[in-house]
Each structure stands twice: as structure tokens, then as C-alpha cells.
Ligand binder design. Sequence first.
Ligand code: HEC
Length: 162
Amino acid sequence: MRPRSSQLLLLAAFFVPGFALAETHELTLEQDVRPILKEHCFHCHGEGDKLKGGVDLRLRRFMEIPTKDGDHVMVPGKPEESEMVKLVKEGEMPEKGKKLTAAEIATLEQWIAQGAKTARPGVETARKERRSVAVNKGGVPATPLRWEFPIDSDRQTSASSG
Ligand code: HEC
């Protein structure tokens, strides 16, 4: 059993295009890319009062919205057609502030080349999760509740905090 699965991994690393030998895992937005965008892009493209150029980079589906000029911010599988890669490589973005390192640019490109995966497909986490309100419906909750301290229930995901 064991030898076989490691052989498979080796084969995958060898044959899947875009697989660099050093980076054999699949990159995800949450784990690999969002920290880079958060550091370099979010203050103009997501977290400020205004979205610069109308571009929001917080969620994958926002990145797929074309710009007003019809450019594609991000095309899954095609870093060379993705405006966000082009602009970063040309040094035009971030417009101000610290430029990305070569390694950060490579991560961005590789993530898009791999199809721009998110950690939990279909469920994106940048918005505050709504807590289900089982109490306050004027009755006994149907399922036993685990009571939490207020500080616990105010907790946010790190992606949604400022
Ligand atoms: C200091 C603010 C600022 C930062 C930081 C910033 N941008 Fe921008 N970005 C802008 C502005 C302003 C525009 C609109 C430019 C225009 O329309 O000419 C823009 C436009 C864009 C566009 C759309 C270009 C088009 O074709 O209309 C993309 C894509 C983009 N930025 C990506 C990024 C990425 C990726 C980062 C982080 C690596 C980033 N930006 C960081 C200010 C910023």
C-alpha cells in the first residue's frame, strides 16, 4: 500500500504541467495567496472605503469579474491572461507600497495555473459567517445548545477581520 501511493505522488509531480519540483502541493487562495494579497493589495482592492479601479481581490468570484475596460483580472488556469499577474510583473501593481517578491509572484502565477483553487470549493470565507440563531424563537431549542461566553461568540474568522 504505502510504496504505491508514494509512487503515484511522484508520478503526479512528474507529469502534471506547471508542477515545480519544489512545490508539489496544490496552492489555495486561503493558505497561499490571500496572505500576499492582504499585505500588498487589499487596502486598495477590498478593505478600503473605495475599490480602486472597481477591482475587488478578496474573493475568487470577485476576481473573475472583468474590469470596466473588459480586462480579465484573473483567468483560472491562465496566468498569462490574468491582468493581476501582468500588472504585478510589470511592477504597476501595487500602485504604491511594497512590491511583491519574485517568490510571491511565482506563488500567484502557480495558483492561477493550477486553476485558482479555494480551500473549500464553493464556500468562500471572506464574509462574516452568520451564526445560526437557534434561541430567541421563544421556546426550547430543538437541539441541545453549547453555551458560549460572549467573547467566544464575537469571534471572527481571520479573513473577515480588518
Ligand atoms: C495604493 C493603491 C493600490 C494598491 C496597493 C494596489 N492597487 Fe491595483 N489599482 C489601483 C488603482 C488606482 C487602479 C485603477 C487604475 C486605473 O484604472 O488606471 C488599480 C487597478 C488594478 C487592476 C485593474 C487594471 C485594469 O485593467 O483596469 C488590477 C487587476 C489591479 N489593480 C491589481 C492589483 C494587485 C494584484 C495588487 C496587489 C499586488 C494591487 N492592484 C494593489 C490601486 C492599487
